[in-house]
Design a protein around this ligand. Structure first.
Ligand code: SF4
Ligand code: SF4
Length: 96
């Protein structure tokens, strides 16, 4: 397989993976009293991260508590904010 095709397939997989997210904001604390300070609600009522491209690392909640932002794949078998709502967890369990 040539590099271009490989990169194209990788990009396609990445886009498919990203598209699974329902932007419910649960993993960023949308259902909590103090979510991540970077969690914002869009005009379409879905959530987004205002630093998405550089989100990973130590962040803060609106109350100033430190939280660690990590790739969602690292969290699928753990306990975390919004686990039961998450489209990735449900997809993994074949619920959706
Ligand atoms: S920094 Fe991480 S935890 Fe905070 S809103 Fe963005 S993706 Fe969610
Ligand atoms: S909980 Fe899952 S579906 Fe909801 S915003 Fe987070 S990654 Fe997306």
């Amino acid at each position: 397989m040539d590099d271009n095709l490989y990169n194209q397939l990788q990009d396609q997989k990445y886009q498919e993976h990203e598209a699974l997210c329902k932007r419910c904001g649960a993993c960023c604390g949308a259902m909590e009293e103090y979510p991540c300070e970077h969690l914002k609600k869009g005009e379409d009522s879905r959530y987004f991260c205002d630093i998405y491209e550089e989100r990973f690392g130590l962040r803060k909640t609106l109350s100033g508590e430190p939280i660690l932002c990590v790739p969602i794949r690292n969290m699928l078998s753990k306990t975390w904010w919004g686990r039961t709502q998450c489209a990735y967890v449900r997809h993994k369990r074949r619920i959706i």
